[in-house]
Design a protein around this ligand. Sequence first.
Ligand code: TXA
Ligand code: MG
Length: 343
Amino acid sequence: MKTKILEINPKRIDLTKIKIAAEEIKKGNLVAFPTETVYGLGADALNEQAVAKIFQAKGRPFNDPLIVHIAGVKELNRLSKHVPPVALKLAKVFWPGPLTLVLKKSELVSDIITAELDTVAIRMPADNIALSLIREAQTPIVAPSANLFGRTSPTNAQHVADDLDSKIEMIIDGGKTKVGVESTVLDITAKPVQVLRAGGVSVEQLKEIIGQVKIGEELERGFRSPGMLNSHYSPRARLILVEERGEAQVREVFRLALEHKIQGFKVGIMAKEENQNKYNGFQVKVIGKGSELNICATNLFSTLRNFDKEGFEIIIAEGLEEQGLGLAIMERLRKAAVPKNEC
Ligand code: TXA
Ligand code: MG
């Protein structure tokens, strides 16, 4: 199939174009579209055959559940049979935005979306193209990140085309995404509520609103969120993450880079802006200033993809502080660093 590219200016949305894309969704076809986090691969959430196409196009296993995207908080009551007050409290503060809530599902939500769990993940994206598309399609839209399974998420339309060209009906090109990492997935059926995936809304922000929040490894994540495999977000190159801080980090990055260069590998370094001049003789890509973690998040996936495009075999990555969006970045870098044969 030939994938159509539809350019839409996010600042002046052309509704006739949105309607064309919405028609594809209504017909049961796949449309990739921008959200504020990453590009999503959308299908009509109420059409099982359309949903099944997503797994096929991405090469995604059926045990990895999908997020349902909505354009209004009221939709929660259709998709969930129990909407606790904490859901509405969080929605009020963070929606539209990069927070996904896991709730008890209603009958309306098919098992193929939830991988047969009795819960469903729902979010309202803060992107006008995404919201207009959902409204015009008159249906909730399921959308995983629009990349091949296991690869880094796309933050522009070209990334989507690189992975999914000729596998899907349409890509809406709405420019570069703002947040750059995926939404935070929060299980509000757990007590206390639990972050299953760090993302665009930070744990600090969540704690301000609801107090106690459980994070990560304290529970068996594998069980609660089957899609959260260890090796994920992977560039083709092998990624080595250096978690030391300060001068020790610089020394270790340099040592590893040299070691692999001597072995004949094409080595690249992903560094903070303040360290970029400390790696003489190596090719360095800057992720951003260590103190500007939001900007680092925006650049993360495209930087990794650029290393791949330029044929690097080894990426030595400097770790960042685990505060704010830094936690989401580090979670992704750690997964990217797991060798593919160990996943
Ligand atoms: O920012 C985002 O969340 C992007 C944009 C497109 O909205 N979407 C995205 O989808 O990242 P995806 O499919 O790549 O990641 C969804 C994650 C998966 O790790 C999946 O396991 C988890 O959400 N998830 C979905 N439904 C779940 C459920 N019922 N219980 C627990 N985890 C769930
Ligand atoms: Mg994904």
